[in-house]
Design a protein around this ligand. Structure first.
Ligand code: URA
Length: 208
């Protein structure tokens, strides 16, 4: 099955999902959006009010900042893939509960399998905790791991670079966090150049 069809079927399952309590209050589930061949995948926490209304990820104020940061490193929003660990809005924007993350995260795993990004950027502690825990790394807070590069194998056998950073919502009223985010995005840009150089080298070696 090709990627487009695989993602269409997965999104349909997400839109109809009733596996945890969050479906009861949602307007729309929010599967994610972007380029299915994206080199970079951004993973947030869960939809907020505007995302729930529109059925699209990161369309509110935090989304505007995320789009600016993506454009700041020379990419367009359409070049990357954007999703969340939890696909439905928790009431009142509360934190997702551990059982909600447990129930919903297999959808994220399937999305990663379909897209196979070279770089996964986790935005905030929930997506960072989830992705790093999947590769056996335990975290004690986002500030300890942000701006670091984790070269891991995920799904097993597939090399991927994980770069945790702050959630853009945390930067909206905190200039210090916004500075850290900008720095982390420069790191993302450097890693992307590196990945592209490696891919070109491998491509050439195959050709020679
Ligand atoms: N915050 C998130 O984590 N995800 C969204 O889609 C919007 C806000």
């Amino acid at each position: 099955m090709n990627k487009v069809e695989a993602m269409r079927l997965l999104s349909k399952r997400i839109l109809e999902c009733r596996l945890c309590r969050l479906w009861e209050n949602r307007t729309h589930a929010v599967p994610g959006e972007g380029n299915l061949d994206a080199e970079i995948m951004f993973i947030g926490e869960a939809p907020g009010r505007f995302e729930d209304l529109e059925g699209r990820p990161f369309v509110g104020a935090a989304g505007k900042l995320l789009t600016e940061l993506v454009e700041g490193i020379g990419l367009r929003r359409e070049d990357v893939y954007i999703t969340n660990v939890v696909k439905c809005r928790p009431p009142g924007n509360r934190d997702p509960k551990p059982d909600e993350i447990r129930t919903c995260s297999p959808y994220l795993d399937e999305q990663i399998q379909i897209i196979r990004p070279s770089i996964i950027v986790t935005l905030g502690r929930h997506s960072t905790g989830y992705i790093l825990s999947r590769v056996g790394i335990s975290t004690t807070g986002i500030s300890r791991v942000r701006g670091r590069i984790f070269k891991v194998s995920y799904p097993p056998g597939i090399n991927v670079i994980v770069i945790p950073t702050y959630h853009p919502a945390a930067a909206l009223y905190n200039p210090k966090i916004k500075d850290y985010l900008k720095r982390d995005f420069h790191l993302i840009k450097r890693c992307l150049s590196e990945v592209r150089r490696e891919d070109k080298k491998i491509g050439l070696e195959k050709f020679l």
